[in-house]
Design a protein. Structure first.
Length: 428
């Protein structure tokens, strides 16, 4: 071989080495050549985690194996060029989940809370009932308080004695003559005890001992049970519109009352509060007679007006989000803290739940995962997700009911129809 030929070959090998080495180096650092843009681009990935195993995943029509199992909880699909992808997740017997994701260089787009819902959800009939409204349930739903809205009578249903329904209104009136229930709730840790509001204040009724104990005297604007504590607002003064209102807590274990001083300092001059709720971190949301929704931040000791016209609101189980329904029938969620999950939101941001249905929302309740929401229309209940990436996956759960109650303990919905009490289980 001539000397000149050897030199040429040497330089060709050097060039090939440099080109190949550069390619290997670029590949190892996540660079890929895009035939669409005719440029090198850094890759990204999609991570998917579902509530059921052995799903079929397709991305832009290409199938991928569900890698979730004992050693890992989800599926990572890597080597994706930066662009928009159509994700489809299916499983026999379940509704198809769709999502459009935009993959960015060196970033992982996440679907951490994919909830596949069965196409056929089995209804379980529990028992006939005299009530038309589900007022309250114990944590496991073994006992329920129902009300016949036509007569106003409250009933106690007990699963262990399904053939007999206790007339709670009559039992309370027998324990204390003239006691008329305006509102009633279970005491969480005592299935035979109930907190009752009547014209004179709050009372503790024991259906087993047939006793009534005074908890709080006076007029109340609102109250509700949160674990073993009553959170409420009492009205102090006389007349149709008392000038002073005081938010308080009442611990049922120690029977001790405490005023929420920081909140009271700010609400003293507002209109009368009609609903109040708190979180474990101290945040408080309340609506007033003008239907305005406000949020009190205990850290900054400030009140933020969230919406000017709401019909209902509820904190997420983790206390980091506030869902509310406006008078227009639109549902929205306020992020109280920074949220870094499937989507990224800053504290204070509000997103609308862009439901595909045009029917006005009546109520909204949180699923126990603090990511999904139960949405009620007239006689219909659906589950949707907290995600402003399109499309919004919304699936019908039940229809033809008069009232319902979601029980997080067993992830079930209990509802009343024209036959009686029924239940469905959401997660399978």
């Amino acid at each position: 071989m001539q000397h000149k030929t050897r030199i040429v070959l040497f330089y060709l090998f050097v060039a090939a080495f440099l080109i190949g080495g550069t390619g290997v180096l670029l590949y190892s650092y996540g660079w890929r050549f895009s035939t669409e843009t005719k440029t090198f681009q850094k890759i990204g990935a999609i991570y998917i985690k579902t509530n059921v195993r052995d799903t079929a995943i397709t991305i832009n029509g290409k199938p991928y194996k569900d890698a979730a199992g004992i050693l890992q909880s989800g599926t990572l699909i890597s080597n994706l060029l930066p662009k928009t992808y159509r994700v489809e997740i299916t499983k026999d017997g379940y509704h198809t989940y769709h999502k459009t994701l935009t993959v960015k260089p060196s970033q992982v787009e996440e679907l951490l809370n994919v909830q596949l819902i069965p196409k056929q959800i089995e209804r379980t009939f529990i028992a006939p009932t005299k009530g038309t409204r589900l007022v309250d349930t114990m944590q496991t739903a073994d006992k329920m308080i129902l009300q016949d809205t036509a007569t106003g009578i409250y009933y106690l249903y007990d699963k262990t004695n399904a053939s007999s329904t206790l007339n709670l209104s009559l039992a309370a009136a027998n324990a204390q003559r003239g006691l008329k229930i305006k509102k009633v709730s279970f005491v969480p840790f005592k299935p035979t005890q109930f907190v009752i509001e009547d014209a004179s204040g709050l009372k503790l009724f024991d259906s087993e001992k047939k006793t009534v104990e005074v908890l709080l005297k006076g007029s109340l604007a609102t109250w509700n049970m949160q674990d073993s504590t009553i959170v409420g607002v009492e009205l102090v003064g006389t007349g149709v519109r008392p000038r002073t209102q005081r938010a308080f807590t009442l611990n049922l274990i120690f029977k001790s009352k405490a005023l929420l001083g920081e909140l009271n300092a700010h609400i003293a001059t507002t209109t009368v509060i009609t609903a109040l709720s708190t979180t474990g971190s101290g945040s408080m949301a309340f609506s007033d007679t003008a239907y305005a929704l406000s949020l009190f931040d205990p850290k900054t000791k400030t009140i933020r007006r969230v919406s000017s016209n709401v019909t209902s609101f509820t904190f997420s189980p983790d206390g980091k989000k506030l869902a509310f329904v406006e008078a227009t029938g639109e549902a929205s969620v306020l992020f109280i803290e920074d949220f870094n999950g499937d989507i990224r939101k800053k504290a204070g941001e509000i997103i609308a739940i862009a439901l595909p249905q045009e029917k006005p929302v009546q109520t909204v309740h949180w699923h126990r995962d603090s990511y999904h929401l139960l949405i009620e229309w007239t006689g219909e209940l659906a589950i949707t997700e907290l995600d402003d990436r399109k499309p919004l996956n919304t699936f019908l759960l039940i229809s033809g009911f008069t009232d319902y109650r979601y029980v997080a303990e067993n992830d079930s919905v209990y509802f009343i129809d024209n036959k009686g009490i029924n239940t469905i289980r959401i997660e399978h």
